[in-house]
Ligand binder design. Structure first.
Ligand code: GLN
Length: 497
C-alpha cells in the first residue's frame, strides 16, 4: 500500500533532481504513482484513462537516458523521467482524448498538442488523462460525461472545475505534476478548492495548438502543481511562440525560475493592490478571513498594501457568459458525428444523423451554452449582446491597466466559497456560474494569475489568487513564492487512509 512517504508525494523539481542523481529511478517513480492511483482511484476518480503500460515503457527509456547523462557528465533534460498528468481536453498522440464528452468517446488524436510536444522534449512522459467538465464547461467536474471526481479533502465535495481531475490528482499525490486549461478559472478555482497551485498564463504565452477549443479568445493551458516552483518550472517549458497558434505572442520567455532564486523573502517595494470589488456579498466569511490574514502576511513580509478599485468587476460574469458561449457555439459546430466521435445510427438524412449525434453526445450544460451562444450571435441580437459584451470586455481590461499603473500585483480570493457538496449546485446553473466570480475578469483582460494555498476553513482549502500585468508572470510568481516559503499551508495533505 502506498503511504504518506511514497515517492508519489514528490514535486516535479524534487523528483527530477533525485532522478538526475540516480537516487530514484523513473520506473520506481512511475510505479509509485501507479500504485497510488490504483489505491485511490476507486474513491476519487481523478483519471479517465491511465496509460500504465506505456508509462512504464517510457520510464525504462528515461532511466537509460538518465544513466547515459550521468556517464557522460551531461545534465539530463529538466523533466527526464518525470510522469505527467494531463487534462483530457489536451490532445495526446495515440491516446484517447474525450474532452469529458460522450461526443468524443472514441477520439484518438493523431498528433500531440504543442504543450505535450514540449513536455515530452523536456523528458516527461504521460501517465494518464484526467477528468473534466464536458468541454471544460463547469466549476465542479460534475458536468463530465464520465462521472464525478471527488475532492481528496472531503470525498462528499467537489474538487472544483473544470480541471477538477488534475487538481484532485495533485492533492492526492496521484501524480507528480499536471496540466489544466483555464478559460474562466478552470485552473485556479480547482487549485483553490484542493489546496494546490494553479497558474493561468497571460493570453498568448502558451500555444493552444492541439487543445480542444472551448472559447478561443479565453482558453489558456496552465500548470497545476504541488508548489510554486513547479508552476514556474512547467511554465518555462510550455511557454513561447508557436507558428501554429497565431495568437501566441513572439516576445522573449524569461526563465521563470529566476524569479524564485532568492533566500530573502522580503517583499520590500512590492506594491500589492487589493481590489475592493473582490469582497462581495455571498463570499464565505472564512474565505474573507483567510484572505485578510494572507494580505497581512504579505504586508509583514514588507509589501506595500494598496486599496484599489476595478469598477467594472461586476460585469465580468455577464460578459463572460455571453462571450464564452458565443465562441463555444462556433467551436462546437464541428462535432456532428461525421468528422469525429461516435455517430448516431438513425434513419433519415444527414441532418437527422447530426441532430441525433449531437442530441445524444452533448450533456445539458454544453447544450445550454450552444443555445445561449447561438442566440447571442443571431442577427437580431448580435449588437445587443455580443458587440456590447466585447465593449464591456475592453472596459474590464482598462480597469486592470489602470490598476497596474499603481501596483505590481493584485490579490484576491480565487473562489468565494470553500469546496461545496457534490450535487449542491449542479441543477442551478446560476449558482454554478457564481463559483467563478473571481476568476472571469482576468481571462477577459488577458492577464495572468496564480492561485496558491492560503488557509483552511473547517478543514477545507482556501486559496489566494495573485494577478499581474500581461507577460509579467515573474512578479506574481515572486509574491506567490515568498508567501509559500514563509507559510505552512502547502505542506498539509488530505487524510486519505
Ligand atoms: N467555470 C467556467 C465555465 O464554466 C470556466 C471554465 C473554464 O475555465 N474552462 O465556463
Amino acid at each position: 500500500m502506498a503511504t504518506e512517504t511514497s515517492i508519489a508525494c514528490l514535486t516535479a523539481h524534487a523528483a527530477a533532481e533525485l532522478l538526475r542523481r540516480g537516487e530514484i529511478s523513473s520506473v520506481e517513480l512511475t510505479q509509485a504513482v501507479l500504485e497510488r492511483i490504483a489505491e485511490l482511484e476507486p474513491k476519487i476518480h481523478a483519471y479517465l484513462l491511465v496509460t500504465a503500460e506505456d508509462a512504464l515503457e517510457q520510464a525504462r527509456r528515461a532511466d537509460e537516458k538518465l544513466a547515459q547523462a550521468r556517464r557522460s557528465g551531461e545534465r539530463a533534460s529538466p523533466l527526464q523521467g518525470v510522469p505527467m498528468t494531463i487534462k483530457d481536453v489536451i490532445s495526446t498522440q495515440g491516446v484517447t482524448t474525450t474532452a469529458g464528452s460522450r461526443v468524443l468517446e472514441n477520439f484518438v488524436p493523431v498528433y500531440d498538442a504543442a504543450v505535450i510536444e514540449k513536455l515530452k522534449a523536456a523528458g516527461a512522459h504521460l501517465i494518464g488523462k484526467t477528468n473534466l467538465d464536458e468541454f471544460a464547461m463547469g466549476s465542479s467536474t460534475e458536468n463530465s460525461g464520465y462521472g464525478v471526481t471527488r475532492n481528496p479533502w472531503d470525498l462528499e465535495r467537489v474538487p472544483g472545475g473544470s480541471s477538477g481531475g488534475s487538481a484532485a490528482a495533485m492533492a492526492a499525490d496521484e501524480g507528480i505534476f499536471a496540466l489544466g486549461t483555464d478559460t474562466g478559472g478552470s485552473v485556479r478555482q480547482p487549485a483553490s478548492l484542493t489546496s494546490t497551485v494553479g497558474l493561468r498564463p497571460s493570453y498568448g504565452r502558451v500555444s493552444r495548438w492541439g487543445v480542444i477549443a472551448f472559447a478561443s479568445s479565453l482558453d489558456q493551458v496552465g500548470p497545476m502543481t504541488k508548489d510554486v516552483r513547479d508552476a514556474a518550472l512547467i511554465l518555462n517549458i510550455i511557454a513561447g511562440h508557436d507558428a501554429r497558434d497565431a495568437t501566441t505572442v513572439d516576445v522573449p520567455v524569461p526563465n521563470y525560475l529566476d524569479a524564485l532564486e532568492t533566500r530573502d523573502w522580503r517583499l520590500k517595494g512590492m506594491r500589492v493592490g487589493v481590489p475592493r470589488e473582490y469582497f462581495v456579498e455571498g463570499m464565505a466569511r472564512e474565505v474573507e478571513a483567510a484572505l485578510r490574514a494572507a494580505i497581512a502576511h504579505l504586508e509583514a513580509l514588507g509589501a506595500e498594501i494598496h486599496a484599489v478599485s476595478l469598477p467594472h468587476t461586476e460585469y465580468a460574469l455577464p460578459t463572460y457568459y455571453i462571450l464564452a458561449p458565443a465562441e463555444a457555439s462556433a467551436n462546437l459546430a464541428r462535432y456532428d458525428g461525421v468528422k469525429y466521435g461516435p455517430r448516431a445510427d438513425v434513419p433519415g438524412d444527414v441532418w437527422d444523423v447530426m441532430r441525433a449525434t449531437r442530441g445524444r453526445g452533448f450533456g445539458a450544460e454544453v447544450k445550454r451554452r450552444i443555445m445561449l451562444g447561438t442566440y447571442a450571435l443571431s442577427a437580431g441580437y448580435y449588437d445587443a449582446y455580443y458587440v456590447k459584451a466585447q465593449k464591456v470586455r475592453t472596459l474590464i481590461k482598462r480597469d486592470f491597466d489602470a490598476a497596474f499603473d499603481k501596483v505590481d500585483v493584485l490579490v484576491s480570493a480565487a473562489s468565494p466559497v470553500p469546496p461545496f457538496r457534490i450535487g449542491e449546485r449542479v441543477d442551478d446553473p446560476l449558482q454554478m456560474y457564481l463559483a467563478d466570480v473571481f476568476t472571469l475578469a482576468q481571462p477577459l483582460a488577458g492577464i495572468p494569475a496564480i492561485c496558491i494555498p492560503a488557509g483552511f476553513s473547517a478543514g477545507l482549502p482556501v486559496g489566494m489568487q495573485i494577478m499581474a500585468r500581461a507577460f509579467e508572470e515573474e512578479k506574481m510568481l515572486r509574491v506567490a513564492y515568498a508567501y509559500e516559503q514563509t507559510t505552512e499551508w502547502h505542506k498539509r495533505k488530505p487524510q486519505l487512509a
